[in-house]
Design a protein. Structure first.
Length: 417
């Protein structure tokens, strides 16, 4: 085995301090949705809740390997000025295998917030600190033993975890930290139409380059078709900070050439603008839960002719990257997922029925535009959708603080219950 090396402590924008940290939090996760929706609110809660100065908590982010990452995660997270140290995926793997030393001064705790459970468990064991995990589904049930606490997103998830063998004492219903994101960023502003002008239609073409490169042009053609059918509709595009700036600039330049100034590009505080939408069009992912939390009517669109660019779960993703295997394997993966889960949108999964529409198939922009215009003209249907989304009570502020508070207890008394 090669000799272990010492992990470099990379300087972060936050001011350095010579004080010994009272607690070390290692947060594990990766991908735009996990980082923005789970990691960021938990990190902010840790800074806010640990008593004393900011130096009383040292925050490390372990970016775990995932096919759902876009490549700019580290750069974006560094701009948040939250973490003392960041491990990139390769470093996280080396540390977990003991190939690279990484000093953690006790007391400490690892909180799994997405990615591979086995890697998070291995990382915590190598660092000699206890581990906790956030669970949005029951996937952790078969791998719960390394985790002293499992933070359940809902009471239903908690009940299912206990039924599947996770000890009751280890399960705590915290709610979903994405509810705190709504509070912190103003995303929870009621989705009421702005005064003056026509309806506002928002497009969310994804936070990964490979999605955006395909779906932004597709949605731009959709917006143009909507404008042809209903000129009073105002279209806007939400641009994620995880996208490569040069790609965004290229797509925007092409849009100006082909479409003029008929659409608005929202590059900062995008969710404040989206919260004023009458309707939104998005793709599967975290956005579907955040839109539901804000009670914004929306539809999920999956044009399956582009399925070859869509990531799939598990080992199948890496096999599908082999030449010639992408389209059939990814299409098979999507079909298998729909047979098992029925719905792609998280609020539909939570509700157990099609609360919001999911348009899946070999769709053309004109097809989507026609459906959008029909819905925008049906005020009763939109209001019913808003009411149903509010009825799910998904936005429960305080989840991040509860996760941090319980993780602190585990760090102080790491023995399993």
């Amino acid at each position: 085995m090669p000799c272990a090396s010492e992990t470099a402590i990379r300087p972060q924008p936050r001011a350095a301090t010579s004080q010994v940290p009272a607690i070390e939090f290692v947060l594990a996760g990766n991908g735009p949705g996990e980082l923005h929706g789970w990691v960021a609110p938990v990190a902010r809660a840790a800074r806010a809740l640990v008593p004393g100065a900011a130096s009383d908590v040292r925050l490390t982010l372990a970016l775990t390997p995932t096919q759902f990452a876009g490549g700019r995660e580290r750069a974006v997270v560094e701009s948040w000025n939250l973490f003392d140290r960041i491990l990139d995926p390769a470093e996280a793997v080396r540390v977990s295998l003991g190939l690279e030393r990484y000093a953690v001064r006790p007391p400490g705790v690892l909180v799994h917030l997405g990615g591979d459970l086995l890697l998070s468990a291995r990382l915590a064991a190598t660092l000699h600190i206890p581990a906790c995990a956030f669970a949005e589904t029951t996937l952790i049930a078969r791998r719960h033993r390394p985790f002293q606490r499992v933070f359940a997103a809902t009471a239903e998830v908690a009940r299912d975890l206990i039924a599947r063998g996770v000890p009751d004492a280890r399960v705590l219903v915290t709610g979903d930290p994405r509810g705190d994101v709504l509070t912190m960023t103003g995303r929870g502003t009621p989705a009421t139409p702005p005064t003056g002008g026509g309806p506002v239609l928002s497009f969310l073409p994804g936070s990964r380059d490979r999605f955006f490169a395909i779906l932004a042009p597709f949605f731009l053609e959709t917006a143009r078709s909507v404008a042809h059918r209903a000129p009073e509709v105002r279209s806007q595009f939400l641009v994620s900070e995880f996208l490569t700036p040069s790609l965004v600039a290229e797509v925007m330049a092409e849009a100006r050439t082909r479409h003029g100034s008929s659409v608005s590009w929202i590059t900062e505080e995008g969710w404040r603008a989206v919260a004023r939408s009458d309707f939104a069009v998005t793709i599967p992912g975290t956005n579907t839960l955040e839109l539901a939390m804000a009670a914004i009517p929306f539809a999920v669109v999956v044009p399956t002719q582009h399925v070859a660019r869509m990531p799939v779960e598990g080992m199948l993703e890496w096999i599908a990257r082999l030449p010639g295997l992408g389209y059939p394997l990814r299409r098979a993966g999507l079909s298998a997922y729909l047979r098992k889960n029925r719905y792609l949108a998280i609020p539909n999964q939570r509700a157990g029925y099609a609360l919001i529409p999911e348009w899946i198939g070999r769709l053309q922009p004109a097809d989507v535009a026609e459906r959008v215009v029909t819905l925008l003209a049906d005020g009763g249907a939109l209001e019913a959708m808003r009411a149903s989304l509010r009825g799910l009570t998904l936005a429960r502020p305080g989840a991040a603080a509860q996760i941090v508070t319980e993780a602190l207890r585990v760090a102080s008394a790491p023995e399993a219950p």
